[in-house]
Design a protein around this ligand. Sequence first.
Ligand code: SF4
Length: 164
Amino acid sequence: MKRIRLATAWLSGCSGCHMSLLNLHGDLLELFELYELVYSPFTDIKEFPRNVDIALIEGAVSSQDNLEMARIIRERTLIVASLGDCALNGNVTALRNPKGKTTVIDAAYTQHNNQPGGFGSDVSTLLNSALPLHHVILVNAFISGCPPEPDQIRSALKQLAVRL
Ligand code: SF4
């Protein structure tokens, strides 16, 4: 039987949603009889692959890198699901929105910067606001919670598999 090609990614989140997925513990073995994990923060695959069946995306879109990644994921995936409240509505990541981009950058990289020589130029450019995923790409499913319960994730994966 061909397994379902599953990807997970985190944009601007705390990784808690992925920890919830890991909290399925031994049940993950059963899940991976059905799913092949083709991309995830847990794997060492550098490039988001093509022909992904389902992608679970944690975190809001708050930088140019996030935006680019979200677009790549959309282009290469059949079913995109927001995983957790940061992806759904900005949640914790969006707490910075009322302060504005400049204040956040100043606080992080100037006022509290004790790195000699600064952080360098490889820090991704922040967007003006942290945005829910569905504000920048089409999202097919939403798994709510901060983080979603492991059982919720398992049940969502099973329901999404039926749509394929
Ligand atoms: Fe972390 Fe909660 Fe956001 Fe998930 S929804 S990334 S657990 S803050």
